[in-house]
Design a protein around this ligand. Structure first.
Ligand SMILES: [Zn+2]
Length: 161
């Protein structure tokens, strides 16, 4: 059984962090943090650091660091998925904020999402942090195609939260 790992990174890997959040990985981003600050936060929050840097944490510091390949998003996603389980289901976290999305009814979504979407009767969810709405539309389909190509399979579940 692979470990259910929570991650921490900085803005240099935000593109990777967003892809991983689509899959359900808990990836916190510390904006503008120096590597030493990332190591300290990872220790405090019991997270694994994702970094492009070759620098290692100070000797004896109980911090796990995963070095990611530079400029190779696909290889980075494969490396994480091969050795770690996501914290939650795919499509259950905001890709920008990393918080859990809330399920919302079509009634609540009126005026917030296009009418054609509420008429489709698809599951709707909402981010309490940034206020964005999400539904299984063409963007989700495109991302699922990308994951299928990169990982050789779809994310385990595409059900909304
Ligand atoms: Zn959000």
């Amino acid at each position: 059984m692979l470990p259910r790992t929570r991650f921490l990174t900085d803005t240099s890997l935000e593109h990777l962090a967003r892809r991983l959040r689509f899959l359900g990985y808990d990836v916190a981003t510390h904006r503008g943090a120096r590597l030493t600050e990332l190591f300290a936060a990872a220790r405090r929050e019991d997270r694994t650091v994702l970094t492009l840097s070759a620098r290692q944490p100070p000797k004896g510091a109980p911090v796990t660091v995963l070095r990611m390949p530079r400029g190779d998003l696909e290889a980075a996603v494969r490396a994480v998925v091969a050795a770690h389980l996501p914290a939650t289901a795919p499509w259950s976290r905001c890709p920008a904020c990393n918080v859990a999305l809330h399920a919302r009814s079509a009634f609540e979504a009126r005026g917030e999402v296009p009418g054609r979407v509420t008429r489709l009767a698809v599951p709707l969810s909402w981010c309490p942090e940034c206020g964005r709405w999400f539904w299984p539309g063409s963007h989700v389909a495109r991302m699922n195609e990308w994951f299928e190509r990169v990982l050789g399979r779809l994310p385990d579940a595409v059900d909304p939260p």
